[in-house]
Design a binder for this molecule. Structure first.
Ligand SMILES: Cc1ncc(COP(=O)(O)O)c(C=O)c1O
Length: 377
């Protein structure tokens, strides 16, 4: 589609490949790997990402919704797509028709699949402490019964989700307790599969850090735990003080030629939450909270104005926000960068923005709205 607006997200293919290869280089080639492309590939565009991962030899990708999987199938993605959200009968039929791989988190779902009387590849998800989704240790006997009665159900993997994986190197790591619970489940179900996937971004980096120091023992090494990277794929590393350099792939930028002169004492934007302390130059930038730039960032955060840091002033509107560019050079067309690296080498990280918006980088990236065009470089 033709792009008319002057706000877009640029996504660097070489950074995505760097991140993928950095992960792949640290683990044996038989390690289960399932990059997560849910939520529009963390805002980077799932259609593009799924296609790239397929081209780059990735064997599985993960989505949350059946709808997300169906869209990717429609676009010609043929590799296995794991669907992590639960499903009912209707959803199960749709998944089968389009060869999506169900991740079963509830006994009822396993029964639904059994009733379909078809050959079905599936994964079994266990709750080991997150208390969100997943089967339990206590259900393993019944699971075995259902699988015995339905030999067409083929379990491709067991999984659990770590809820504080970035702290997996700490002495009192919660991940250790989760993995201990998983071992008990594996013991019961070892006849069913020998594939287990566990590590999200934090867990992957912690294991990489240990490998680097040649420390190859402990709960992260007890099995060749499979990998489900999300944030890391897109270039943000959630482990503090990590030695691995992942490259953020997304740059969010806008352009404006509108700069207004505001007199000392005049207010800017709704409710005049910012008032000029001196005569000021205020740029009007065509991006707002409907594009995903949170209103919480009003009067809180900075942008790169032609490569130099400048503050957002006043309340962020639905379609616009204002930046104080007093004293800065103003060109006929000015670049305003919100996330990523400017051509001058200055950088705004999703971690920095998340802190200002009292959230996490996952939310900053996934909030970037549908009406922001993605351009792939
Ligand atoms: C089941 C599951 N696995 C993996 C991930 C990826 O997590 P991260 O982005 O922290 O790597 C998620 C994300 O929420 C998830 O729900």
């Amino acid at each position: 589609m033709e792009i008319y607006r002057k706000t877009w997200a640029e996504i660097k293919k070489n950074h995505l490949l760097h991140n993928l290869d950095l992960i792949r280089s640290q683990f044996s080639s038989d390690t289960f790997l399932c990059p997560m492309v849910k939520a529009n590939a963390y805002g980077h565009g799932d259609a593009f990402l799924a296609k790239q991962f397929q081209e780059w030899g990735v064997q599985n990708i993960g989505v949350c919704l059946i709808e997300e999987g169906l869209l990717l199938r429609k676009l010609g993605i043929h590799i296995p797509i794991l669907v992590f959200r639960g499903f009912d009968k209707k959803g199960a039929a749709a998944m089968l028709e389009h060869r999506l791989t169900p991740v079963v988190s509830h006994l009822d779902q396993l029964k639904i699949l059994g009733e379909l009387n078809q050959s079905i590849d599936l994964h079994l998800k266990f709750d080991t402490g997150m208390n969100r989704l997943g089967l339990s240790f206590e259900q393993t006997f019944e699971i075995l019964q259902i699988l015995k009665q339905n030999p067409q159900l083929h379990v491709q993997g067991l999984l659990t989700h770590l809820y504080q994986s970035e702290d997996s190197l700490l002495e009192n790591s919660q991940s250790k307790i989760q993995i201990e619970k998983l071992h008990l489940i594996i013991e019961q179900l070892k006849s069913v599969t020998d594939q287990y996937h566990v590590l999200n971004s934090g867990g992957i980096v912690c294991k990489m850090e240990m490998l680097k120091k040649n420390q190859k023992s402990g709960f992260l090494f007890e099995k060749n735990w499979g990998l489900r990277p999300g944030l890391l794929m897109y270039g943000y590393n959630p482990v503090v003080n990590s030695s691995f350099e992942f490259k953020p792939a997304l740059t969010l930028k806008s352009h404006t030629s509108v700069v207004r002169q505001v007199k000392k004492g005049e207010g800017v934007s709704y409710n005049h939450r910012w008032v000029a302390e001196k005569d000021s130059s205020i740029a009007v930038v065509p991006i707002g909270y409907a594009d995903g730039w949170h209103r919480l960032l009003s009067n809180q955060s900075e942008v790169l104005w032609n490569g130099q840091r400048a503050p957002i002033v006043g309340n962020i509107c639905m379609d616009y926000l204002m930046v104080d560019v007093t004293g800065f050079a103003v060109k006929s067309e000015n670049e305003v960068l919100f996330l990523g690296e400017s051509s001058s080498g200055e950088f705004i990280s999703a971690f920095e923005v998340a802190k200002k918006a009292q959230t996490i980088p996952w939310e900053i990236l996934t909030s970037i709205g549908e009406r922001v065009p993605r351009i792939y470089l």
